[in-house]
Design a protein around this ligand. Structure first.
Ligand code: PBE
Length: 301
């Protein structure tokens, strides 16, 4: 019986692999003479459903009249999206993805943002630090460090690339701290050490937030805290800080990407302002799609 089940499972896997293989081999290299939509089944490759970039892309579909042309946004995950992107690029196939920066996809792959003349995604974004109400009073040392925490997209990218290369995030964060003592001293200068105080950070497991959350946690650890970090979906993350289940998060992409959550929770949390400036969100395509430069081109070309 057990054996029979195994064989059935095996056949199902082979069947699925054949179907998937057939689907992907149907697509040919990008052909600028043909309509883009018909070459990619009018599909934008997206990430996890809760991400702000997914909501913004739905808005873009209607703002640019793409819905009428049966364009759709496919939900997946960052890992699946970047892997699909990598495979498409290896074969020079057409693809449109939800893209953002800082992220290693722009370092690793030759891709470009599409212009957004209707400003659906906003020009640039900043990432803010959000803490629970009352943190200043109960943990003034952590509050000061969280308030001062601020770095650049280039600095964040160093940690992100290491993690992408397979280094454990906590180790990547420690290495970065060791290599950047002056920057870290700006955040911790004059702050009293504590002894084993527990502090909890929540985050969404996006590459950028894995990097920033681990760096902040390790800085707090060196200050004497006992930090825990917990990954969750975006909505529970905001709720965790609003309900005091967590102390802080450093993941608020604003004004647009996390804008809806910010509106919902802003009275229930404390916003400590940007920890990074110069982030960007939008749609991206490989550079070899030379005639596709604006979201409008999805409709017209
Ligand atoms: N991102 C990365 C997130 C924020 C960080 C752009 C994918 C989003 O909510 O869309």
């Amino acid at each position: 019986m057990f054996k029979k089940n195994r064989i059935i499972t095996l056949l199902a896997v082979i069947g699925l692999a054949t179907v998937l293989g057939a689907c992907s081999s149907q697509t040919k290299p990008y052909d600028a003479q043909q309509k883009l939509g018909s070459q990619i089944n009018y599909t934008i490759t997206g990430i996890d459903a809760g991400a702000g970039i997914m909501a913004s892309t739905q808005k873009a579909l209607s703002a640019y009249g793409l819905e009428d042309q049966k364009w759709q946004l496919q939900t997946s995950s960052t890992a699946a999206m970047t892997s699909t992107l990598g495979k498409a690029i290896a074969d020079k196939r057409p693809i449109v993805v939800t893209g953002w920066q800082p992220h290693w996809m722009f370092t690793k792959y030759p891709i470009k943002f599409l212009k957004d003349p209707k400003n659906v995604y906003g020009k640039t974004e900043h990432i803010n630090t959000i803490v629970r109400k009352g943190l200043k009073k109960s943990m003034p040392e952590a509050y000061t460090i969280l308030d001062r925490f601020h770095w650049t997209p280039t600095e964040m990218s160093v940690v992100m690339l290491k993690v992408n290369d397979g280094v454990d995030p906590q180790k990547a964060a420690r290495d970065w701290i060791k290599a950047n003592p002056k920057q870290v001293a700006k955040w911790t200068k004059g702050v009293k050490k504590v002894k084993g105080t527990k502090i909890k950070l929540t985050y969404v497991a996006w590459d950028s937030e894995i990097a920033s959350t681990n760096v902040v946690a390790e800085v707090l650890r060196q200050q004497g805290y006992e930090p825990t970090i917990q990954a969750m979906e975006i909505q529970p993350m905001w709720a965790s800080v609003a309900t005091n289940a967590a102390d802080a998060q450093v993941c608020a992409w604003l004004p647009k990407t996390s804008g809806l959550y910010y509106q919902d929770y802003k009275g229930q949390v404390e916003d400590l302002g940007p920890n990074l400036e110069g982030a960007k969100v939008g749609l991206a395509v490989p550079k070899y799609m030379t005639n596709i430069n604006s979201i409008d081109d999805l409709k017209n070309k």
